[in-house]
Each structure stands twice: as C-alpha cells, then as structure tokens.
Design a protein around this ligand. Structure first.
Ligand code: KIV
Ligand code: ZN
Length: 517
C-alpha cells in the first residue's frame, strides 16, 4: 500500500509568492514578500514556495530573506532542469532550517517539441540529472512534470520513476493549462500510484490552474485517489485564471470532512486576514462573490434567507464566519484611546509590530480618529496594511491639497519624497483625480498608462475610508496597488504612487526563457 495513503494529512504547499506573483498585475517588493511569508507560516502552511531565484536578483534576495526568516514551514524555491538554476536555488533556500528545491521540466509532446525542442529521451535524461544534482545539494527535492496532465501516460510513468530513483521525494503533476476535468485528473493520479513501481517512496502532489474554473475540484478529486500535497495560492492568484485557491481547498476539506476524511494543518481562523493582506499588497481585489473570502460570502440579502438565519444560522450557512476569522464589525477605539489599548487591539487583530512601526501606526490611527468618528476593525486593518505597504518605497506620499468644484478649474498641489528628496508641484487636469495624477506625472515622469481606477468604501457611512485600486501598464507589464484614506483623492494619490513603486520593482524583472536543449 502506498505510504501516503496511511496518512490522511494533506500537505499544503502555498505558491502565492511564486505562481501567485506571476499573476498579471501582481508583484510584491521584498518587505511585502516577507510579510506574506510570515502570514503563511503563522497560518500553518507546510511548504512556502518563496520564488524563482534565477528569475532576477530581487527574486533571489527575497527567497534568501524568507529562508532566513521562516522557521517552522519548509521554504522552497523553483528551478528549471539546469545546474545554474539549481545552484542559484540551493544558495537562496540555503539558510532555511527546512528547505526544498523544486525542479521541473515539460513532459507533454507539445511542450517537448515546440517549447523545449528536446526529444523525449533527452527530457528523461534531464529529469534524472536535474533531480540527482538537486539532491546532491539538499535532502528534499520535488520534481514537477510541467504540462503533466497532457503528457502520454507511459512517458509520464517513466519520468516519475526516474525522478524518484534519482532522489525526488515529492512528485508533482501539474495541470499547467487548466485543461483537466476532475474524474480524468483523479484517474491520472490513481494510474501513477498503480503503475510506477517506486511510487511508495514519494508523496504525490497536485498543482491545478483554473482556466476552466476547475482547479479546486480537480485538486480535491486527486486527493481522493491518493494525492497528499496540494499546491495552491491565497485568493487563487496565479498565472492567467490563477491556481487552486488555498482557502477553498482547506475549507472544503474542513466543512466536508464527512465525505473527505482528510485534514490540513491550516489555522482556518487566519484565512480572512491572509486574504486581505495579499489583496492589499498585490492590489488585486477579491471579487465580492468569491467563495470563502469574498465580501458577500457570508452576507444574506433576501428576506427569506434572513428570516431563516435568525431562526437557525445553519439554514443558510454551511460554515461559520468565525471559522474563517470573519468577525462582526466592531467599534474599536476612539480618539482618546492610548497606546496600550491600541497595541492590545492590534494583537487581537493579529498584528505584532516593532516599536517604530507601532509608533507610526499609532500616529496614523490618531489622525484617522480625528477625521472619522467611529473607527472599526476594518478601518484599522486597512490602515495597518496600507501603512506597512508604505514601508520601503522609493516614492513616498507626503501631502496633497486640492482645489475643485463647479466654480474653479481643478488643481492639485502635491508633495512627494523621491529617493529621500522632497519635491512639490501644482498641476491642473480634467477633474481633481486627473489633476492629482498629472501632478504625480510631473514629479516622477513615466510612460505607464492607467488601466483601472476603482473606488470602494471600507465600511458604511459617508465618513468611511475610501479604498482606491489603480492598475498601471508599461511595456506589457501590469501592476495593481491600493491606497486608503478618508479623503478619496488622498487614497487615489497613494494608490497611484504604490502602483508606480511596484512598477519600479517589476522593471528589474526579466522572465527566464523556456529551457532549451
Ligand atoms: O503550472 C505549472 O506547471 C507550474 C510548474 C512550474 C510547477 O507552475
Ligand atoms: Zn503553475
């Protein structure tokens, strides 16, 4: 019997920082990646795929810093099947107490012929060579058959057997293009378990993309036929339509334990916090009707549903909001609250800040409390996430004064700090938002085009904080970012500046090409 079948514990391999970061519009700087890694560790993720070290100097540094920071989760880096990729990856994950190299090569006829231009025999050799080389550097090696779900069964079995023989202890079968359907994908995993002679020496892993909206269904189907590692991302971020959403996989396993008798090590009460953090940092908003973490996931609008809910919540709720860490809006603190109460509240919300960050957050809180009568948990979370996002940016917002209305042309007087130097300008435009963005353009010239400008209120009421999302595009690269403030124009300026900062990070990245023979 397969060793992994003895144990119904599912290993959660989170790739928000690697596949998630490859999402269109998504990029994170070093500090942001460290915060996400800390969150993932805290929530009990087993393996954190921290990045693709060969992709850029920034990717290498962030994987290495995460490897130094994370203590309880395994830190993994991605590498193509070349010595230079694997060396770079080993160096990056080196400082982690628990480390893994994840090496991959395409195995489908289409990918081998057109992308790699390698014969199947050469690919098979590369599998053995790359895994053996990675194993000479670290004890824990994962091997992935890119486009595995479209690979011929016999060839896939030979590759998997070779990878295990060379020392891989995790075998990942990605549905790279999101083409599989659940029963077919489950059968593929079952087939490998039955046909590969040394399969008992490895954990089978699944990595599903969501092109047909089936990533979570495919992952769960594969678990039922023997997969014991699920690769997933917070909010389902990832290439194209994304990867399987971690929160959906975990909550399906928890909620339907009667039918799916498997468990994960995830502290589900941290799911909402993780989702908000990743959304704020990446600037990629969660759709309101998204399962588990969407704004409406626990909202009951129709009278019949509300009536049922009042009589017994289970009539329309299959899991409690509390089980994913969603608590009722609570009034937190007022403008007279002191540091101790503020610090205690932050702890409640799961934030433990150092002295400087605490002082900065407290100042911002006082400022907010002066402008907004009631400060709710959501306000505080938004304020903290945004102030932490400000952290180490080249362009920093200092102040903004707007003149607008029906009697005068709009103008924006803006002060920024660029690489530590203060700069001011006054600009006009077609409306106050345009004037503000023109002012930013004057102070920091760039060619990026605005693709999206979206405003939503963090809480109810006319004094609510506005959360603005901005998406910019430059030479085919897109980035999104958010900014929040009780003043919508200040929020807009902050969002635009955050997006520009992200663009500066993204400019340094040149995606590695497909491996060629
Ligand atoms: O989707 C995919 O095939 C991947 C591999 C690199 C694991 O992301
Ligand atoms: Zn992928």
């Amino acid at each position: 019997m397969n060793e992994c079948m003895d144990d119904n514990r599912i290993i959660i391999f989170d790739t928000t920082l690697r596949d998630g970061e490859q999402s269109p519009g998504c990029s994170m700087n070093l500090e942001e990646k460290l915060r996400v890694a800390q969150m993932l560790e805290e929530m009990g993720v087993d393996v954190i795929e921290a990045g693709f070290p060969i992709a850029s100097k920034g990717d290498f540094e962030s994987v290495q810093r995460i490897a130094k920071q994370v203590k309880t989760a395994r830190v993994c880096g991605l590498a193509r099947a070349t010595r230079s990729d694997i060396d770079r990856c080993a160096e990056a994950v080196g400082p982690a107490p628990l480390k893994r190299i994840h090496t991959f090569i395409s195995t489908s006829p289409l990918h081998m012929k057109f992308k790699l231009q390698m014969t199947p025999d050469r690919v098979l050799e590369a599998v053995s060579e790359s895994v053996a080389y990675a194993r000479s550097l670290v004890d824990d090696v994962e091997w992935s058959a890119e486009d595995g779900s479209r690979t011929e069964a016999d060839f896939l079995c030979r590759c998997v057997e070779a990878a295990i023989a060379a020392g891989a202890s995790t075998i990942n079968i990605p549905d790279t293009v999101g083409y599989a359907v659940p029963d077919e994908y489950a059968a593929l995993i079952a087939m490998l378990r039955h046909r590969v002679p040394n399969i008992d020496k490895a954990i089978l892993s699944v990595h599903c993309h969501n092109d047909l909206g089936l990533a979570v269904a495919n992952s769960l189907a594969a678990v039922q036929t023997g997969a014991r590692q699920v690769e997933c991302t917070i909010n389902g971020l990832g290439e194209r339509a994304g990867n399987a959403a971690q929160e959906e996989v975990v909550m399906a396993l928890r909620t339907r334990a009667d039918h799916l008798p498997y468990r994960t090590g995830i502290k589900t009460e941290l799911i909402t916090r993780a989702s908000r953090l990743v959304s704020t940092i990446t600037g990629i908003a969660v759709q309101p009707n998204k399962a588990i973490v969407g704004k409406n996931a626990f909202a009951h609008e129709s009278g019949i549903h509300q009536d049922g809910m009042l009589k017994n919540a289970q009539t329309y709720e299959i899991m409690t909001p509390e089980s994913v860490g969603l608590n009722k809006s609570t009034l937190v603190l007022g403008k007279h609250s002191g540091r101790a109460a503020f610090k205690a509240k932050l702890k409640d919300l799961g934030y433990e800040l150092g002295e400087n960050a605490l002082e900065d957050a407290f100042g911002r809180f006082k400022d907010l409390a002066d402008r907004k009568k009631d400060v709710f948990d959501e306000d505080l979370v938004s304020l903290l996430d945004n102030s932490l996002a400000d952290g180490v940016q080249r362009i920093r917002f200092v102040g903004l004064e707007i003149h607008c209305g029906s009697r005068q042309p709009p103008s924006a007087a803006l002060e920024l700090e660029i690489d530590g130097t203060a700069a001011t300008v006054t600009a006009s435009g077609d409306g106050p938002v345009d004037a503000t963005f023109n002012a930013i353009h004057h102070l920091f010239a760039h060619d990026a085009k605005l693709q999206l400008f979206q405003v939503h209120a963090v809480t109810e009421g006319t004094d609510a904080q506005a959360e603005v999302t901005v998406r910019l595009e430059e030479n085919g690269k897109t980035v999104s970012a958010q900014g929040a403030d009780t003043d919508t124009l200040v929020a807009a300026a902050r969002a635009y500046i955050n997006a520009l900062n992200k663009l500066l990070v993204k400019r340094e990245k040149t995606p590695p090409e497909a491996l060629t023979a």
